[in-house]
Design a protein around this ligand. Structure first.
Ligand SMILES: [Zn+2]
Length: 102
């Protein structure tokens, strides 16, 4: 049996928009991971805790759906989308990443 993986099929991607005062400003947008890849987004983070994520499952094999998982175990343990958080039985409260991707 393979170990259960944390799979999040939605993430936030960094986009740019035109500022009213001129120039651009970055902002984060929630997106489906597969769609983000098609759109060639390159900056990802967790949509719930803003923590760093790894992009996985993008090898293009039939039936493979790309997804992200937390890079930091500490994020997964306190993120509402984290596998470790969901499995915790101590009634812990979710909290944002201590090392958010800005
Ligand atoms: Zn998270």
């Amino acid at each position: 049996m393979a170990a259960e993986r944390e799979k999040m099929f939605e993430c936030e991607v960094r986009r740019r928009r035109v500022k009213a005062s001129g120039g651009y400003e970055p902002y984060w947008k929630v997106k489906n991971v597969a769609v983000a890849l098609v759109d060639e987004d390159t900056d990802f983070r967790c949509k719930d805790c803003s923590g760093a994520v790894k992009l996985l499952g993008r090898n293009g094999k039939a039936g493979t759906v790309p997804y992200v998982e937390h890079k930091l175990v500490a994020d997964a343990e306190f993120c509402p989308s984290g596998l470790a958080f969901k499995k915790a039985t101590d009634g812990r409260e979710p909290r944002p990443s201590a090392h958010p991707v800005e």
